[in-house]
Design a protein around this ligand. Structure first.
Ligand code: SAH
Ligand code: SF4
Ligand code: F3S
Length: 458
């Protein structure tokens, strides 16, 4: 006879976590790492917010609109939390990312529905923080810790990597020491750090073993990455790319975002010598006016940028350029703006993002006089975007009739189709007979649609 109580079945029902990601690719990477950390703690990911026991908003602070979106979403989440509570289900609500880092306690004040606020440098504490919240605390954790979060964040199971697809992000560098006067990143992501070579190589190898064919190295200033090789040599991003190109199974390498001041010779040589390094470079210039570039603290001129592009194109003639622009920085005159239009014509871009300047609290730009009126910003943005989309269209059309390698990534929108990417990051639609997901296939571009290319097997 048993004289003690048989323990009841362990609770095998996993809790669910829903993560919504705003902002840049680094947030995408971070969201996955957070999901991986929570998976070891009994939280399974879900795409359905209504069934989530834990809701995380991984936020972006780069422009006012991006930051404000979070608060309207939190309004909706408050209702959801109340509804779930009526059914006897608790919901923990967390704000992570750059709004968390920039606003801290203020997030709790503006949105009392929030239970935890955690900044990008302390994601490895997330499971412990969630546990404390379940014990009834509200927590704000935004200190920059000295321990290496990357070392403490678990790597995903191979099955999880496979589920995420044949392309992956890999953060190699985080933070920024450049302090462009418009930008919040140095404040939200802290000082520049580079992950060590061995950690990066091990993560890339794991990804390749799990079936990833294309890795995009990430950093707010990815080309400022530096480290030491196994034999003690000082490496920059160029040398790192040569090392990663040796990993079996990895067919394609990309990196983003770069700063014009950190395009080293070795990196340009990597574009010349590495077939696996894709001929596509996102290299933001922000403005074409020397006066504005100076006020932005970019520390390069219109001419420096053009000469750099010449060197890059001399190394790799088919490279396509991508860019970010800001219009209406304080003090920008019509003449300054025409310099931006001119640099676009001089370079010609395959792709670009352009934004109206948004004054950010705590940045030197916000303190400047001579803010540009909203209607002028709007008009300049429209003109710039018209030129950029013309160039984008011309670039797409230039590929019609060409043969190229396509990495098949996923099923297409319609039965019998698959979608892949060209070396220049363009979505390409192809018949499923062309090849399976994860395969590199040779195709010929038959047509250029508005947002994608249409190919047939070559
Ligand atoms: N590290 C990258 C930029 C990251 S932010 C770089 O150095 O280029 C992404 C883009 O957002 C920037 O390139 C810039 O074009 C835009 N941006 C940043 N701050 C902004 C602001 N205050 N207003 C409008 N656009 C901004
Ligand atoms: Fe922001 Fe400039 Fe740093 Fe880019 S380089 S993240 S724009 S401060
Ligand atoms: Fe936004 Fe932070 Fe990325 S402010 S752009 S999420 S680094």
């Amino acid at each position: 006879m048993l004289d003690y109580e048989v323990p009841s079945e362990p609770d095998v029902v996993m809790k669910k976590v829903f993560v919504k990601t705003y902002g840049c690719q680094m947030n995408v990477y971070d969201s996955q790492r957070m999901a991986d950390a929570l998976a070891t703690d009994g939280y399974a990911p879900t795409d359905n917010i209504e069934e989530a026991d834990l809701v995380l908003l991984n936020t972006c602070h780069i422009r006012e609109k991006a930051a404000e979106k979070v608060y309207s979403e939190l309004g909706r989440i408050r209702q959801l939390k109340e509804e779930r509570l009526r059914d006897g289900r608790e919901t923990i609500v967390g704000v992570t990312g750059c709004v968390a880092q920039a606003e801290g306690q203020e997030v709790l004040r503006r949105a009392p529905v929030v239970d935890l606020v955690i900044g990008p440098q302390t994601y490895h504490h997330l499971p412990a923080v969630v546990k404390r919240v379940r014990g009834g605390e509200k927590i704000v954790e935004i200190d920059h810790t000295s321990d290496d979060k990357f070392q403490h964040l678990p790597q995903p199971q191979k099955s999880v990597v496979r589920h995420r697809g044949v392309t992956a992000f890999l953060t190699v560098q985080e933070g920024c020491d450049k302090f462009c006067t418009f930008c919040v990143v140095p404040y939200t992501r802290g000082a520049e750090i580079s992950r060590p070579v061995a950690q990066i190589v091990a993560e890339a190898e794991r990804l390749a073993e799990a079936g990833v064919r294309e890795v995009t190295l990430l950093g707010q200033n990815v080309n400022a990455w530096h480290g030491r090789s196994g034999d003690g040599q000082e490496w920059g991003l160029g040398e790192l790319l040569f090392r990663l190109a040796q990993i079996p199974g990895l067919e394609r390498l990309r990196y983003t975002t770069s700063h014009p001041r950190d395009m080293s010779d070795a990196l340009i040589e990597a574009h010349r010598d590495l077939d696996k390094l894709m001929p596509y470079l996102h290299l933001p210039v922000q403005s074409g006016s020397d006066r504005i570039l100076k006020a932005m603290n970019r520390k390069h001129t219109h001419d420096d940028y053009l000469r750099l592009i010449d060197r890059i194109r001399a190394a790799r003639s088919d490279i396509a350029m991508s860019c970010d622009f800001i219009v209406g920085f304080p003090g920008e005159t019509d003449e300054d703006f025409e310099d931006t239009m001119r640099i676009v014509r001089e370079v010609t871009y395959a792709q670009a993002f352009s934004f109206k300047y948004s004054p950010r609290p705590g940045t030197p730009g916000a303190e400047l006089k001579d803010h540009v009126p909203e209607n002028v910003k709007t008009e300049r943005l429209q003109r710039l975007q018209a030129l950029l989309s013309e160039q984008q269209r011309a670039f797409a059309l230039s590929k019609v009739g060409q043969s190229m390698d396509l990495l098949v990534e996923k099923p297409g929108r319609y039965e019998g189709q698959r979608v892949g990417r060209s070396p220049w990051l363009q979505p390409v639609i192809v018949d499923e007979a062309a090849g399976g997901i994860g395969e590199m296939v040779r195709v010929r571009i038959a047509e250029a649609g508005p947002n994608s290319l249409i190919a047939e097997p070559a």
